[in-house]
Design a protein around this ligand. Structure first.
Ligand code: PGA
Length: 249
């Protein structure tokens, strides 16, 4: 069975950056998309999801959350549920980002429960995986990443649209990136894991690269084998930089 190449996804992760005044950047991004073939998403902090969805209502740019709770509702002070993100206008949600795995103790098992919660709310998950520098130096990058893919992706993803983001922890916010062959090696291993888990449907999953993507390196990264888009942190905060990455698709 032939499964077509997934449509590229360029997603901006604003992390804990942005207030109401930042919505102007999103407005400029929406206005500058041109005729890109990529799907484009912005994932702002939870406080901005609803306002951003309103600003982008007439544009092709999708809105995403950066995390959600595994439960639908309840006594979870400070948390946001997938249903609440969807209600605020989000279409996607980033899950299992290394800053959540490291800073909030998120395990593969918890990430998988969050993915299930996102699917129940109709959100499209972007599931993050990636090795630390010590793991890479120890020759464990492929084992760590494919283990995270197996542990963080529940079976019910099989007939759903989702993407996997390979984000080497040591490349996030550092200006360092793996070489193109290193990126391709990991993306091929993720693809093999996806097809072994989901059969032919695994070929249709976009595998994003994340970690210090910027306009100057975007074209090479985005045209690498098995790279189906990018998850962009710092360079998504300024419209000119984010548009430069989108134009490199
Ligand atoms: P960066 O972040 O582009 O600032 O390296 C990427 C990410 O954490 O998603």
């Amino acid at each position: 069975m032939y499964v077509s190449r997934p449509q590229p996804l360029i997603a901006g992760n604003w992390k804990m950056n942005g207030v109401g005044a930042s919505l102007g950047e999103a407005y400029m991004i929406a206005g500058g998309l041109g005729d890109t073939t990529a799907r484009v998403a912005i994932c702002p902090p939870a406080t901005l999801v609803q306002r951003l969805a309103e600003v982008l209502a007439d544009s092709a740019v999708l809105v995403g959350g950066q995390d959600c709770h595994a439960e639908e509702a309840g006594a979870f002070t400070g948390d946001v549920s997938a249903a609440q993100l969807a209600d605020a206008g989000a279409a996607l949600v980033i899950l299992g980002h290394s800053e959540r795995r490291a800073g909030h103790g998120e395990t593969d098992e918890l990430v998988a429960r969050k993915v299930s919660a996102a699917l129940r709310a109709g959100l499209e998950p972007i599931i993050c995986v990636g090795e630390t520098l010590d793991q890479r130096k120890g020759g464990q990058a492929l084992a760590v990443v494919t283990g995270q893919v197996r542990g963080s992706l529940p079976a019910e993803l099989a007939d759903k649209r989702f993407s996997v983001a390979y984000e080497p922890v040591w490349a996030i916010g550092t200006g360092l990136t793996p070489t193109t062959p290193e990126i391709e090696e990991v993306h091929r291993a993720i693809r093999a894991t996806l097809t072994s888990m989901f059969g032919a449907a695994g070929s249709g999953v976009a595998i994003l690269y994340g970690g210090s993507v910027k306009p100057s390196n975007a074209a090479e990264i985005l045209h690498a084998d098995e790279v189906g888009g990018a998850l962009v942190g710092g360079a998504s905060l300024k419209a000119a930089d984010f548009l430069g990455i989108i134009q490199a698709v």
